[in-house]
Structures are given as structure tokens and as C-alpha cells.
Design a protein around this ligand. Structure first.
Ligand code: HEC
Ligand code: HEC
Length: 356
């Protein structure tokens, strides 16, 4: 009797463990699917078209030199290809411009997750002193003076251009920026030939020995969470006084007391003031990763080889999340093949709008 109970327990335990593993695995990497849309800002073709015009409109910046697309360039998977992003004339940015591909899937926006919705996000770069440096009251008046915009806002929102509606239209456009039908998607749907043999081997390393899928999971290959991997600082943070100024300015805005002595990017700590978030940054998407370099929040790793070496070493000094992986040269090469070959989707055709 006692013995039977023992075997039943062991059997049940095995079944439960197996089921949990299956569920966990199924929740891991997923093929492409449609992005979520908030109820209060439904997608319509006219709204998307208006948002696209605004995205490319230089009126959104104070001196009329920059549009969103200045730093989110369609051909570079909506990044700007710089380590530290471009900036408003005479100022300097301090972080890497993120790709906007698949941004609709994220619940935490920016490297430090300080914003939760695309509607809220869009106003940040416009107001930012070192990005577009625009006054939003002034912008509303400028947009109202354009008959074509007046007409479009009336048609889409039933009213005048406002900052909220400008942001809603831009968000609707951003929700269309999705990396679709990558070889990886065709592969998980059962088409074995979608990936070369090397890419398939790289996939096994990605989910196995490389442990990448622990954080790079789900449809975007990101768990939307924050980790302090102790990535080295980009030297310009302290070498270029304009970058240092930007860092300390942002720290002040986020109520970091000793901002005048700040020497490194505090990451998510700026937002939460929780010690565990010191230098933590959000896991980025890996879709289109072949086109989103330089890499990391500060662009300090120039190539995918540098990134793979970084993870293979066990990440930055003293981090709690990564251990050395022991990948040999061949395995590193296969892993890179997977990233480059499997995760690059169909070219998203962009027809540039005529900005009124
Ligand atoms: C001067 C360069 C620049 C301009 C102009 C700019 N951005 Fe960005 N963008 C960045 C940088 C840098 C980041 C990352 C900032 C951070 O995390 O602190 C970013 C982040 C974002 C993100 C977050 C992406 C993610 O994965 O969380 C979105 C969305 C975005 N920008 C949209 C826009 C929109 C919309 C506009 C125009 C209204 C715009 N950006 C204008 C440089 C720029
Ligand atoms: C513990 C979670 C975690 C694991 C495990 C992990 N990553 Fe990451 N990865 C991150 C975070 C967080 C960042 C962003 C760090 C930053 O911006 O400072 C990142 C950044 C990247 C980037 C840069 C993307 C970009 O656009 O800047 C690449 C590429 C990458 N990881 C690939 C991998 C590979 C390959 C592996 C496996 C060898 C791996 N990661 C394992 C969390 C992880």
C-alpha cells in the first residue's frame, strides 16, 4: 500500500512536471501574430495615414529640422544606426535609438520602461530638450494652420488637431510596423526548409546551451522585463560634456538627488528608485536584429559578434543574471547565423507620405 502511494506520487509528480514544462515551453518562442490594439484608439486606414504623415513631418521639432524618422529611419529597421542617437542641433543624446519594429507588442516602453503606451510615448521626444525640443501648444497651432491636417483630423477624430490626437495617430501608424513572415515563423509553422541547416543548429543553441530564450522569448523575442547585465558604459557619457549634461538633466527630471555627480546610466533605477533596478534595461526585441546595430541601450557593442562574445563571457562584471556559456567558435558562428537569417522578416515596403 505504502509502496503504491509512493509510485502514484512519483507518477503524478512526473506528469505535472512534464505539463508545466510543456506550458512553459509553449509560452516561450511564438510565431508572428497580430499586435494588440487599445480599445480607445482603434486602427483605421485614415488614422494610420495621418499618423504616418506626422511621423515624417519636421514641424514636430522646434526648429523644423527633425521628424520622428530622423532617428527612426525605415531602411534601418526604424533606428538611426548610431551608437548614441542623433539629437536636437547643438545638444547630444545619451542613449541608442530603439527599433520601432514590433514596438506595439511592448508594455514597457523606452530602455528603462518609463512609459506604458505608444500614445503617451509620442509626446516625449517632441518635448525633450535634446530630441525635438518643441513646445506642444505651439505645435498644435502650427498643425491647425495646415488645411490638409485640419481636414484629416476632422475626418479621423471628428474635431481639431490636439496633442493627444497627434499622439494617437502616430501610435496607430507605429502599430503597423511589424516584422512579418521571417524564416523563423515559417520554420515553426512546420516548413523545415525555411531555415538552413546552420540556422537550425543556431536555433538549438539559442534555446539550449546559449540560454538566450530565457529572456528573449515570445513573439518579439523579448520578455518585456528588465535586467542589469552590467554592460560597460559608452565612454562618451563622461568624455563629451554635452552627453554628460543630458544624462544629468534626465536624472534631475526623474528626481535623482545627487544628479550633479552622476557618472553612469542608472537605467530603470531612475524610474523605480529600487536598488535591484540599478542599471537594469528592458530586454529588446531580436526581430530584425541584423539591422538594429550598434547594440545595447548605449550602442557600446558594435556588432553581433561583440554581443555574442559578451554573453559568452557571462555578461558584465558582477551581474546576477548571466554565467559564462562556454560556446566554441563554431557554436558562436551558428548562433549568429540564426539571429541574422531566421529573424529578418519580409521587407516592410514603405511609401513615403507627402507631408502637407
Ligand atoms: C533625436 C532622436 C529621436 C527622435 C527625433 C525621436 N526618437 Fe524615438 N527614440 C530615440 C531614442 C534615443 C530612444 C530611446 C530613449 C530611451 O530609452 O531613453 C527612442 C525610443 C522610442 C520609442 C520606444 C521604443 C521601445 O522599444 O520602447 C518609441 C515608440 C519612439 N522612440 C517613437 C518616436 C516617435 C513617435 C518620435 C516622433 C514624435 C520619435 N521617437 C522621435 C530617439 C529619437
Ligand atoms: C537575463 C536575460 C537575458 C539573456 C539570458 C540574454 N539576453 Fe540578450 N539582452 C538582454 C537585455 C536586458 C538586453 C538589453 C541590455 C541593454 O540595452 O543594456 C539584451 C540585449 C541583446 C541584444 C542587443 C539588441 C539590440 O537591438 O540592441 C542582442 C543581439 C541579444 N541581447 C542577444 C542575446 C543572445 C544571442 C543571447 C544568448 C547567448 C542573449 N541575448 C541572452 C537580456 C538577456
Amino acid at each position: 500500500m505504502q509502496n503504491n502511494r509512493f509510485y502514484v506520487t512519483v507518477f503524478l509528480w512526473t506528469v505535472v512536471t512534464f505539463a508545466v514544462t510543456c506550458v512553459a515551453y509553449a509560452g516561450h518562442l511564438e510565431p508572428f501574430k497580430a499586435a494588440p490594439v487599445p480599445k480607445n484608439n482603434p486602427q483605421t486606414p485614415e488614422k494610420i495615414e495621418l499618423g504616418k504623415k506626422l511621423f515624417f513631418d519636421r514641424r514636430l521639432s522646434g526648429d523644423g529640422t527633425m521628424s520622428c524618422a530622423s532617428c527612426h529611419i525605415p531602411e534601418l529597421a526604424y533606428t538611426d544606426g548610431q551608437d548614441i542617437s542623433l539629437s536636437y542641433p547643438t545638444t547630444k543624446n545619451w542613449r541608442n535609438a530603439q527599433t520601432l519594429m514590433n514596438v506595439a507588442f511592448f508594455k514597457n516602453l523606452f530602455h528603462d520602461g518609463r512609459v506604458k503606451t505608444l500614445e503617451d510615448q509620442a509626446l516625449f521626444p517632441m518635448m525633450s530638450a535634446f530630441e525635438m525640443n518643441q513646445n506642444l501648444d505651439f505645435l498644435e497651432e502650427e498643425i491647425r494652420q495646415v488645411p490638409e491636417y485640419q481636414e484629416a483630423f476632422k475626418q479621423v477624430f471628428g474635431g481639431e488637431p490636439t496633442r493627444e490626437r497627434i499622439a494617437m495617430a502616430i501610435a496607430a501608424f507605429e502599430r503597423t510596423l511589424i516584422s512579418v513572415n521571417a524564416p523563423y515563423d515559417r520554420f515553426v509553422k512546420g516548413d523545415n526548409s525555411a531555415l538552413t541547416e546552420d540556422a537550425r543548429k543556431g536555433y538549438v543553441i539559442f534555446t539550449g546551451k546559449g540560454k538566450c530564450a530565457v529572456c528573449h522569448a515570445g513573439v518579439t523575442f523579448s520578455d518585456d522585463k528588465f535586467y542589469a547585465l552590467n554592460i560597460p558604459e559608452n565612454p562618451v557619457l563622461l568624455n563629451d560634456p554635452r552627453v554628460t549634461a543630458t544624462m544629468r538633466f534626465v536624472a534631475k527630471v526623474y528626481h535623482y538627488n545627487d544628479y550633479r555627480n552622476l557618472k553612469e546610466d542608472p537605467g530603470r533605477y531612475l524610474i523605480t528608485k529600487d536598488k535591484r533596478d540599478w542599471k537594469a534595461f528592458r530586454t529588446p526585441t531580436l526581430r530584425e536584429v541584423a539591422r538594429t546595430g550598434p547594440y545595447m541601450h548605449n550602442g557600446v557593442l558594435a556588432t553581433l559578434d561583440d554581443v555574442i562574445d559578451f554573453f559568452n563571457r557571462g555578461g558584465g562584471k558582477g551581474n546576477r543574471f548571466l554565467k559564462p556559456l562556454g560556446l566554441n567558435e563554431e557554436e558562436k558562428k551558428l548562433l549568429k547565423t540564426f539571429l541574422v537569417e531566421a529573424l529578418t522578416g519580409e521587407e516592410l515596403k514603405i511609401t513615403y507620405p507627402e507631408v502637407p
